[in-house]
Design a protein around this ligand. Structure first.
Ligand SMILES: [Zn+2]
Length: 306
């Protein structure tokens, strides 16, 4: 595994709305190679979230002590990166997740620009493989006119994840603040239905791409192990959601996870394996393009950006 290039092109708009926000990148891409797979993470922008979205269910005294060691404010807005993984392998152009599109929030939706800067046309994408159906991963499948963006791509999704969001009952049973997410997911799944296929845990869904059930962040969240020769890269999606509490206190419940307990079990299992194998990982919301590895620190872990 080699990091071959890193490109950053910061936008001219240094004063992007709200000076407190990180400078907006026009697009950013980081490349690694694994055997004859060329892997690139592309920035779709970054989310802006209230801190409670992550921190609300955690033990607050311990959280305050931890955040102090990190120099993080308890109530500061969180601005995690969004990194979509593009894999070019033989005659395939594979996207892992589709980004947010333009209707979710103003700080995301950069994926088309990032692809264009890389010289990849959406029509060239052969497969879009989803980790899960939250807005920042799914809504980019449709353009401003509600037309599919990746017109020639097979859209591949874990069966459990699809069944949950495609179920008309989900909008009535999901937490109230998540109803817009559920309505948005179902509408998009309905519209791309004919392009979709489904898979389960452990399946080799494409040559060198194995699916792994990592349920918890969402009911059917999937991760993917890219394999070439004896080496692997794990695309973890949102199963490891941030580079702070998720690593330092993997037991703690994270507000953004739909099943706190299942997500924590999955997170610990992944961290343990990634640290043990020193496997390169790609996290959708991790910093510096999301690529790095896991280091064990006693009972806890740390993210080491590549
Ligand atoms: Zn996400």
């Amino acid at each position: 595994m080699n990091i071959s290039r890193r490109r950053l092109l910061s936008s001219a708009a240094a004063g992007f709305a709200g000076a407190a926000l990180a400078p907006r990148m026009a697009w950013a891409a980081t490349d690694i190679t694994l055997g004859d797979m060329q892997i690139t993470t592309l920035s779709d922008g970054y989310l802006t979230q209230p801190a409670d979205f992550m921190f609300a269910p955690m033990p607050q005294d311990e959280l305050a002590a931890y955040l102090e060691t990190k120099g993080m404010a308890r109530d500061a807005q969180l601005t995690p990166e969004c990194n979509v993984t593009l894999v070019r392998h033989e005659d395939r152009v594979i996207l892992f997740d589709a980004g947010s599109g333009t209707t979710f929030m103003p700080t995301v939706g950069d994926l088309p620009d990032a692809m264009s800067a890389l010289g990849v046309d959406p029509g060239e994408v052969t497969h879009v493989v989803f980790t899960h159906c939250h807005a920042d991963h799914l809504w980019g499948v449709l353009d401003d006119f509600d037309e599919p963006v990746f017109t020639n791509a097979q859209h591949m999704m874990g069966q459990v994840e699809f069944d949950y969001w495609a179920d008309p009952a989900t909008v009535d049973t999901i937490a109230e603040d998540r109803v817009p997410m559920a309505v948005g997911a179902k509408r998009r799944l309905d519209m791309i239905g004919e392009q979709m296929s489904f898979f389960g845990d452990g399946e080799e869904i494409l040559p060198g791409v194995a699916a792994r059930a990592t349920f918890g962040h969402s009911p059917g969240h999937m991760s993917f192990e890219l394999r070439a020769g004896g080496s692997s890269v794990m695309v973890v999606g949102d199963a490891i959601l941030n580079d702070h509490v998720a690593f330092a206190h993997p037991d703690w419940p994270i507000g953004a996870d739909s099943d706190h307990e299942a997500a924590a079990q999955v997170r610990k299992g992944l961290l343990d394996q990634l640290a043990h194998d020193q496997m390169t990982m790609i996290g959708f919301h991790l910093p510096n393009g999301g690529i790095g590895r896991v280091e064990r620190q006693g009972d806890a872990f740390a993210f080491v950006p590549a």
